[in-house]
Design a binder for this molecule. Structure first.
Ligand code: SF4
Ligand code: SF4
Length: 472
């Protein structure tokens, strides 16, 4: 029985509800009166239910699909302006006892190089990341209670926050580790993490069990209920995601929105972010064996519909996607991107030798951070290294209410300009600096409140004098 407020995975992600939703969407995909009604509702920026959004996903009528894209672009401008927050993944360890069939870190892969960073190696990796200009990391580690126990992850977080190199600092550490206990989530919260990220991979229970044949991750309910335990452990900001390509995308889309509705119903706050990875080639993984791969067009439609269905949730896209795809979907609502990522354990400080490949997946966008920053600016965006909210205690429902009232913009915009200024002063090439300085001057005029603009201008001057870390 479907119940979004239930704490049981099979009730808040009810298979029957998803199949009924898909049937309803199929029946109504040419019901233009209903579709126009849903589009009108979406225009109010209050979000859509999984049923409403699924009808839009099924609709193929060109003018209405075009309206979905336009609306996503408008919504993105309204809530996120032209800012894009930057981050980088940091792989701590690829030891893993699970058997996920789409990931080269699965336990049966005996030829991939297994690595786990020591604290000294973390210092070197993080120093290299700071030297690029990164301020926000997403930690990644396989599940292995012997090699990667929670104590190891906590020690790594402590080390990362303690590294101050030149003007650099990692100011927000998000964590993507396996589903765990409330007690461990509490420890992560106490260690000062930002968002806890866990991809569902697929919401389809039967497929999930086949795709995760062995290891603790096989337990669908334990995995699906992880965000509830994380929130019980005090983590306010959680990040959802599915791995598109494993199951039918329409199924995943409905499941993803149902998960968001569930978090809102139970905890009063939806997901902080949604990631949209697509399955990619990797060591012993051939993505073509998964026959649910989606085209770039479907991918763009999914991004647009996530944007209009959950307007207040950040959307993340990684370097799994090419520059071309990123250009297309950033406009449609993506709010965070990674730059200059290495998806191997220890790849930042020096490139891995060919024979020691420990990559989780092939990176499609291989540009440097400076190139990504410049590209974003040339393309009309403000790259932001802001981490202010979590450091000011603006998390969970406090963050969401600021978001919903639109007030968060008063922080995001000046913070983007100040953190970009820091980047330009400390890390940018001459060309990037030139473009960035002009952008900051132009964007200062877009700060509506005079007082905020004055304070921001004053901080920008102080950044030139060498002072760092201002924030609203
Ligand atoms: S997806 Fe995660 S849990 Fe699964 S094999 Fe890869 S690292 Fe391990
Ligand atoms: S002010 Fe908050 S919401 Fe805005 S970019 Fe910074 S951290 Fe994100």
């Amino acid at each position: 029985m479907y119940n979004k407020a239930s704490l049981k995975a099979e009730e808040f992600i009810s298979h029957e509800e998803i199949t009924a939703t898909l049937a309803y969407a199929e029946e109504n995909k040419e019901n233009f009166a209903l579709i126009d009604e849903i589009l009108a509702k979406a225009e109010l920026c209050k979000g859509l239910s999984h049923r409403e959004a699924s009808v839009l996903l099924a609709c193929e009528e060109p003018t209405r699909v075009a309206r979905m894209y336009t609306m996503a672009e408008e919504l993105k401008k309204k809530f996120y302006g032209n800012r894009i927050v930057m981050f980088a993944p940091l792989y701590l360890s690829n030891y893993c006892i699970n058997g996920c069939v789409y990931c080269p870190y699965h336990m049966k892969n005996k030829h991939i190089a297994r690595k786990k960073l020591t604290q000294e190696e973390i210092v070197r990796e993080v120093t290299a990341l700071q030297d690029m200009g990164h301020k926000r990391l997403a930690l990644e580690a396989g599940e292995d209670p012997v090699n990667n126990p929670i104590e190891y992850i906590l020690e790594c977080i402590d080390t990362i926050y303690s590294i101050k190199h030149k003007n650099g600092a990692i100011r927000r550490v998000n964590v993507n580790i396996a589903a765990t206990t409330v007690e461990n989530y509490r420890k992560l919260k106490d260690a000062g993490i930002g968002t806890y990220i866990l991809f569902q991979e697929t919401y389809h229970k039967e497929s999930y069990e086949k795709l995760h044949p062995t290891g603790p991750k096989h337990d669908y309910a334990y995995h699906t209920e992880a965000m509830d335990r994380a929130m019980e452990g005090g983590i306010d900001d959680v990040g959802l995601g599915v791995l598109f390509g494993l199951e039918l995308y329409k199924y995943e889309f409905a499941g993803l929105l149902m998960h968001a509705e569930h978090l809102e119903a139970v905890h009063g706050v939806g997901p902080h972010t949604i990631s949209v990875p697509r399955i990619k080639r990797a060591d012993d993984i051939d993505p073509t064996v998964f026959d649910n791969g989606i085209s770039d067009d479907i991918f763009a439609k999914l991004c647009a519909l996530i944007r209009i269905s959950v307007p207040y949730t950040g959307m993340i896209i990684s370097t799994r996607e090419s520059k071309e795809v990123r250009e297309k979907v950033i406009r449609l609502g993506v709010s965070q991107i990674s730059g200059a990522s290495r998806t191997s354990v220890g790849g930042y400080c020096e490139p891995e030798p060919e024979e020691e490949n420990s990559e989780q997946f092939d990176v499609s966008d291989k540009r440097t951070l400076d190139e990504v920053v410049r590209w974003l600016m040339e393309f009309g965006y403000i790259p932001s290294f802001c981490t202010a909210c979590y450091r000011e205690g603006r998390t969970g429902d406090r963050f969401m209410s600021l978001c919903k009232s639109g007030q968060i913009q008063n922080c995001c915009h000046p913070n983007a300009l100040m953190t970009l200024k820091e980047y330009l002063m400390d890390y940018a090439s001459e060309e990037t600096k030139r473009i960035g300085e002009a952008l900051i001057q132009a964007e200062l005029n877009n700060i509506p409140k005079e007082k905020v603009r004055e304070v921001c201008e004053d901080h920008l001057k102080k950044i030139e004098e060498g002072i760092r870390d201002f924030r609203f």
